[in-house]
Design a protein. Structure first.
Length: 192
C-alpha cells in the first residue's frame, strides 16, 4: 500500500490551466476490507481538509467512495492487482473529485445508472453516485484498466458555498438524454 497525501498538478474545473490542488492517493487490496479502508481514509482526508466526519460533505464523499470502491472490488477485480483511490479538492470550484482505478479493462460502468427493482439486492450503487455527484463517468487507463470518477459539491473551506453549490436541503433531479448526457436540473426540496 502506498502512502498518502500529496499535492499534484491538476487542471482546475474552469479549465484555466494547471494549478496545485491538494490531493490524496492510496492503493488498496482488491477486497471488501480494502473498500472499507478506502472509505475510512477518505473520511479522514476530508477532516484534514476541514470537513468533520459528520458533515454533509464528508458523508457524501464517504458514500460515493464506498460505492465506487465496492464496484472496483466486485466488478473490476483482477487477481494480484490492487485498486487505487485519488481524492482531489478544488476548493475554488467547490468540489472534490473522486477517482477509483482498477485493472479490469473489459467491464466498464454503464453511461447512465441502471434502473433497479425494489426487491433487488444490488444495482443501486451507481444510482447513489448519480444522485450525490455533480457529474460522474469513466475513462480507460493505459495500458490496462479504467478509472471511474465522480465530482461532488462541497462547501468551501471558509464555510461559504461555491457559486454552483446548492442549498444542502435541496437535491437535484436530473434527466439524461442520449449518449451526450444532456442534463436538466430542477431543485427538489426534501420533505416536499
Amino acid at each position: 500500500m502506498s502512502t498518502g497525501t500529496t499535492a499534484t498538478t491538476a487542471t482546475t474545473a474552469t479549465g484555466d490551466g494547471p494549478s496545485e490542488l491538494p490531493s490524496f492517493a492510496e492503493q488498496f487490496g482488491s477486497s471488501p476490507r480494502g473498500a472499507q479502508l478506502a472509505r475510512r481514509l477518505a473520511v479522514r482526508q476530508m477532516e484534514v481538509w476541514g470537513h468533520p466526519p459528520a458533515s454533509d460533505a464528508s458523508c457524501t464523499i464517504a458514500l460515493v467512495v464506498g460505492e465506487l470502491a465496492a464496484n472496483a472490488v466486485l466488478h473490476g477485480r483482477v487477481a494480484g492487482r490492487d485498486f487505487g483511490l485519488r481524492l482531489t479538492l478544488d476548493a475554488a470550484a467547490g468540489f472534490v473529485r473522486i477517482e477509483v482505478s482498477d485493472a479490469a479493462s473489459v467491464k466498464r460502468p454503464p453511461t447512465t445508472p441502471p434502473t433497479s427493482y425494489p426487491e433487488g439486492e444490488s444495482g443501486r450503487g451507481l444510482l447513489l453516485v448519480d444522485l450525490l455527484s455533480v457529474r460522474w463517468g469513466s475513462t480507460p487507463r493505459h495500458p490496462l484498466g479504467k478509472t471511474v470518477w465522480a465530482e461532488c459539491a462541497v462547501l468551501a473551506m471558509n464555510g461559504r458555498a461555491a457559486d454552483h453549490a446548492q442549498d444542502p436541503r435541496e437535491r437535484t433531479e436530473r434527466t439524461r438524454e442520449g449518449k451526450r448526457g444532456t442534463e436538466r436540473e430542477s431543485p427538489v426540496r426534501l420533505g416536499d
